[in-house]
Design a protein around this ligand. Structure first.
Ligand code: SER
Length: 315
């Protein structure tokens, strides 16, 4: 059985649905903590409260359900982490350690833990950021993701635990909204364009950030999980790239679909400084070479599909 932690989250809800359709609903345990699960996840298969700050409870859950693989998605995202560094430390650092250590003690076969573009900082080359480069992030979220990558690689080299991870960019989706990330403006812009034909953006119009559509994010996690381990040189720290755009480029693309759409800017200094410390684009040749990573969606196909699905959902 596969456990997904963070099943109520933006990525978790869609990963659980995809895993349930691939492996059968009874074989996917939706783990949640504070946020309630959406009805379709709660009613379509087993679920359990999983508190990653409590290794005993975690261990009992792994044993009781016969878990063999974990997708560990619970995480406090960048902007929220800056406003509550204690909680970010508990979930993103202690929680990750507890998951890895408990997985090792419970003979789990594989642990997948996403990292993020936040694992880089202002000393990192910004354009086409190499897979292996300087990582000195300036946010607590970024620091926790560097910890995750290094600890994942450590558990693999030291103990042979099969830990894998990739650095997700801003993920755009219409089913479940993200919570308090820096890249969330991109999702919010679609919601507001449909609801009110206008959006006030908290980032400067010329801020480029890497982005990915949810189906590609799900594909990246599943393809990395399925990859033949003997082909992997990296383990917990793969760059994956799909597209990059700025708020003004996204606004222009949305305007093509909704000509009434207007964007204004009211810069939030905290989120702007976070965005300015992250890559503009990534070199993902290691992921392409080692496990065949290739995204399906470019900016045009993302914008059209996202707008249409969200419009159907909201109207
Ligand atoms: N989407 C995330 C954030 O903005 C990046 O990992 O926090």
């Amino acid at each position: 059985m596969i456990l997904v932690t963070g099943s109520a989250g933006q990525i978790g809800t869609e990963l659980v649905a995809e895993l349930r359709s691939r492996h059968g609903p009874e074989n996917i345990l939706a783990g949640k903590h504070r946020t309630p699960l959406p009805d379709e996840i709660a009613s379509s298969g087993p679920s359990e409260i999983v508190d990653v700050s409590n290794p005993e409870q975690l261990k009992r859950t792994l044993l009781n359900y016969g878990i063999t693989k974990i997708f560990h998605l619970s995480s406090i995202l960048s902007a929220l982490a800056e406003s509550d560094i204690q909680r970010a430390h508990e979930v993103n650092i202690n929680g990750v350690f507890n998951v890895l250590n408990t997985a090792l003690e419970s003979n789990i076969e594989q642990v997948i833990i996403p990292s993020s573009i936040a694992a880089f900082g202002t000393d990192t080359p910004r354009k086409s950021t190499p897979n292996d480069t300087i990582q000195r992030p300036s946010t607590v979220y970024g620091i926790s993701k560097v910890f995750t990558e290094l600890m994942g690689n450590y558990f693999f080299t030291r103990f042979g635990l099969d830990v894998r991870g990739l650095r997700l960019p801003g993920v755009i989706s219409w089913k479940t909204e993200p919570t308090a990330g820096t890249t969330d403006y991109a999702v919010a812009m679609f919601y507001e364009a449909i609801a009110s034909d206008k959006y006030e953006c908290y980032l400067r119009p010329d801020t480029p950030l890497p982005m990915m559509y949810m189906p590609d994010a799900i594909k990246s996690l599943l393809d990395l999980s399925d990859a033949n381990i003997s082909n992997l040189v990296h383990h917990s720290d793969f760059n994956v790239h799909a597209m990059s755009f700025t708020p003004s480029e996204l606004a222009k693309a949305i305007k093509k679909i909704n000509p009434k759409f207007r964007i204004t800017y009211n810069i939030d200094p905290l989120r702007q400084s976070i965005a300015d410390s992250w890559p503009a684009s990534l070199d993902d040749s290691a992921a392409r070479k080692e496990w065949g990573w290739k995204p399906d969606f470019d900016m045009d196909s993302l914008v059209n599909d996202m707008y249409q699905n969200l419009e159907n959902k909201l109207i």
